[in-house]
Design a protein around this ligand. Structure first.
Ligand code: TYD
Length: 214
């Protein structure tokens, strides 16, 4: 296994994918996981909301969001994350794994921020949560995202995905300024997005000698 160095005091590395719905985060996580496994990293792929007790509660609200207030929703996401951090993220980082996570607290800042709460206060609630080594925000025009969700996946839009609210969420993501954020242009082909991801991960891990990691 490769040895890694990082800033949050654990042996592993923590890479988060963020962005509005339909930007292709989960595809990119699988592609990155395969690329890293090929060069002998131990990789864990995980996601929020989780499939735990609170994540399931959140999912049950997808089609019925108006039944709880934005602050009650915030508490559910934070409680789900506390459990995820304790049970999955910290133990994996402590054992030296590469943790790839689909959404983390910047999603809460953006989505619950769009629902009327203060994004900075939301981020400040996360002192319990390890800071990512890298947050890759995949950016794509909200109208294109909606088109992808409805055309390609054949899905109907859940309450988190309506155009106007996605535009607000997108606006908050675009304003975020944190040292560990890198922005990815999501409007190009999957392979081109993957190359952008490899570029940022390559600089984080000093892998520039390897093909694709430039
Ligand atoms: P998503 O990543 O789309 O999960 P799945 O692919 O399993 O449906 O997340 C579900 C929705 O939850 C998505 O629209 C974004 C929203 N969300 C928040 O509003 N706040 C959060 O903190 C997180 C993690 C997600």
């Amino acid at each position: 296994m490769r040895e890694t160095q990082n800033l949050h005091g654990s042996a592993g590395q923590f890479i988060v994918f963020e962005g509005i719905d339909g930007t292709g985060k989960s595809t990119q996580i699988s592609l990155l996981a395969s690329a890293l496994r090929q060069i002998n990293y131990q990789v864990i792929e995980t996601f929020e909301p989780t499939h735990g007790e609170y994540g399931q509660k959140i999912r049950s609200l997808y089609s019925n969001r108006k039944t709880i207030s934005p602050s009650e929703e915030l508490e559910l996401f934070i409680t789900d994350r506390r459990q995820h951090v304790q049970e999955v993220i910290l133990p994996s980082l402590a054992s030296g794994k590469m943790v790839l996570c689909d959404r983390y607290y910047l999603s809460t800042a953006a989505y619950q921020g769009a629902a009327g709460l203060d994004p900075a206060e939301i981020i400040a609630r996360h002192s319990f949560a390890p800071t990512p080594d890298l947050s890759l925000i995949i950016e794509l025009d909200p109208a294109d995202c909606i088109r992808r969700i409805t055309d390609n996946r054949g899905d109907t839009l859940n309450d988190f995905e309506q155009l106007e609210s996605l535009q607000k969420v997108d606006g908050i993501f675009r304003e975020m300024k944190l040292p560990y954020i890198r922005r990815i242009n999501g409007s190009v082909s999957q392979q081109e997005v993957h190359l952008q991801v490899l570029h940022h991960v390559g600089s984080l891990l000093s892998l520039s000698e390897l093909p694709g990691f430039t």
